[in-house]
Design a protein around this ligand. Sequence first.
Ligand SMILES: NC(=O)c1ccc[n+]([C@@H]2O[C@H](COP(=O)([O-])OP(=O)(O)OC[C@H]3O[C@@H](n4cnc5c(N)ncnc54)[C@H](OP(=O)(O)O)[C@@H]3O)[C@@H](O)[C@H]2O)c1
Length: 287
Amino acid sequence: MDYLTLNTGAKIPAVGFGVFQIPDPTECKRVVLDAIKVGYRSFDTAASYRNETALGAAVREAIDTGLVKREELFIASKLWVQDSSYEGAKFAIQSSLDKLGLDYLDLYLEHQAMGDYFGAWRAMEEAYEDGKLRAIGVANFFPHVLTNFCETVKVIPAVNQVELHPFFTQENALAVMKDYGVVPEAWAPLAEGKHGIFSHPLLTEIGAKYGKTAAQVALRWNVQRGVAIIPKSTHVERMKQNLAVLDFSLTDDEMAQIGALDLGHSEIINHFDPNIVKFCLGRKIHD
Ligand SMILES: NC(=O)c1ccc[n+]([C@@H]2O[C@H](COP(=O)([O-])OP(=O)(O)OC[C@H]3O[C@@H](n4cnc5c(N)ncnc54)[C@H](OP(=O)(O)O)[C@@H]3O)[C@@H](O)[C@H]2O)c1
């Protein structure tokens, strides 16, 4: 495994595993155990995915049966907007720990720059200082938001998890993250299957040269530009494929060709749409 070093000194695996859109607890537990057997050690969930309990059950079973040790795992979750305040975050952090059945999280992220996310950050800073959260970070912080945040808070985010794939490359966002020493992490590194990514002519052609699939080329491109990735798959063969992206390198020219696929905007979610903000602010995940 390759790793990126966080501003805490801890290391995050370059290739991790996301569990978004696996709502069924039995399926989620099966998927995570399969992923651990395949070799994944880093897992990304969120309070809003409603599968922290299932991820925790899988992790504890893997530890209890000797598959892995806790310290070999890197477990991340996220604060939902409903709890984006100082008191809300204190509740949410404990709720995530309880649901996962863990004493600490390796990483805890603000899911969106919405609500009182500065108040929430103060509670996260306290939990970080207490050791309950080994690293704290953010998600979906666009460059101007991240800049304002980093210039204002005490603890600089360790990670910014944003949408990053060949069709939304966000080079400007990566430059700002680099300036502040924030590790970029890609959500939807496979563009959630959009843009015909799995049979894209350029990615397929480049992959043929290395005996790799279009998916593997897309994932390798992000890893090679210093981005941690967390692809999701419920299929064991795809899990294996997505992990096998560290044994080949793309040329500078191939990196540039892939980067040129950029559309300059997301076709998954438009964070600049006021209705999306209102939707997130109104979405309740608990009483
Ligand atoms: N912070 C945020 O706001 C945010 C937003 C979205 C996602 N995330 C995180 O990022 C993780 C990854 O993003 P994502 O799950 O949205 O999308 P993704 O990883 O880009 O794509 C997942 C899709 O690709 C398919 N797939 C995976 N590997 C494949 C392969 N090798 N060949 C063909 N199909 C393949 C999966 O199908 P199967 O499962 O059927 O194999 C699934 O439909 C999430 O799980 C979540 O942890 C964070």
